[in-house]
Ligand binder design. Sequence first.
Ligand SMILES: C[S@@+](CC[C@H](N)C(=O)[O-])C[C@H]1O[C@@H](n2cnc3c(N)ncnc32)[C@H](O)[C@@H]1O
Length: 197
Amino acid sequence: MKLADARKDYYRRLAHEQGYRARSAFKLKELNESYRLIGPGFYVLDLGNAPGGWTQVAVKLVGNQGKVMGIDLAYVEEITHAHLVRDDIQNEHLPDEILSYFGRKVGAVICDLSPQVTGNWSLDHARQISLNYDCTKIMDKVLAHRGNAVFKIFDGEYTLEFRDYIKKKFARVNLTKPAASRKQSSELYCVCMGFTG
Ligand SMILES: C[S@@+](CC[C@H](N)C(=O)[O-])C[C@H]1O[C@@H](n2cnc3c(N)ncnc32)[C@H](O)[C@@H]1O
């Protein structure tokens, strides 16, 4: 077995053992250990949350005083203490629905969106980045001043353009690849701290 496959199996087994629905849970855990995007009491919006691994992690991180809302096109099986909405993030009514659920702006927006992949990397990359711009439209309306965000990125020609766009809205922005993300996957995470609008 190749090292990359062994690592993939490792996180899959760990997810199963620890009751997470997806191995991606470990990417958010790791990003949070490095950057502290989410803390106790935070209100967290999780965009593209199916099957719910990140939502499960967020619920644990925010604790009893926090709130988590997850939105996805796909059905997500209930997660205790999370509010789940099945919808397209491109729908313009969503910011109002989000603010009405939380009652105020949120402390973190976490985005792990992937389009339906075609195998044509340039196309998949462009579509994925476009979903991230859709997320920023929601984020601009619902993220509190000094709040944090993270965006998954399919790495490609528009990565730096997106990074530079988001850089204007935050005090600190980093592109990073967590160990739980497969080496050969060309996915990165853009971690954004301290929203300035
Ligand atoms: C990699 S999965 C998310 C995994 C999730 N973070 C977890 O830990 O379980 C990407 C998700 O993005 C969702 N997605 C893609 N386009 C979307 C859209 N326009 N609106 C809402 N969700 C979308 C897909 O349905 C898919 O479930």
